[in-house]
Design a protein around this ligand. Structure first.
Ligand code: SF4
Length: 115
């Protein structure tokens, strides 16, 4: 048995996951998103990655970025290393791609502000 807290909305439902045959039985969720969250978390946990990257603009030496979709947790350390060592060329605007299709994952990194 595993216990989780659903982070899909501010309700924060306490979920319980038990193996039932060859699948997980999820209880404690107030809506279907909780079951989907728990199954994803138990089989392929993912997170949206946020970070700051260096820029080529001395007046704005760092810029906030995020992935445009949740990343598999195993990808996150390597992605952060890449983000910290890559210089963003300015000008850029909110939503511009910094890195597209990271390692053929169909996940990209976008900036979240204008410089
Ligand atoms: S199960 Fe539904 S209501 Fe509960 S935290 Fe998750 S999304 Fe919100």
């Amino acid at each position: 048995m595993r216990e989780l807290i659903c982070i899909s909305c501010p309700q924060g439902c306490r979920l319980t996951a038990e193996i039932s045959g060859d699948s997980w039985l999820i209880t404690g969720n107030r809506c279907p998103r909780g079951e989907a969250y728990a199954k994803q978390e138990l089989t392929d946990p993912r997170r949206v990655v946020t970070a700051v990257m260096p820029t080529d603009d001395p007046a704005h030496p760092f810029i906030a970025v995020r992935t445009d979709a949740p990343c598999p947790k195993a990808m996150i350390p390597g992605l952060l290393n890449k983000l910290y060592r890559t210089v963003v060329k300015t000008p850029v605007k909110n939503g511009d791609f910094v890195i597209k299709n990271i390692d053929n994952s169909e996940i990209s990194v976008i900036v979240t502000e204008n410089i």
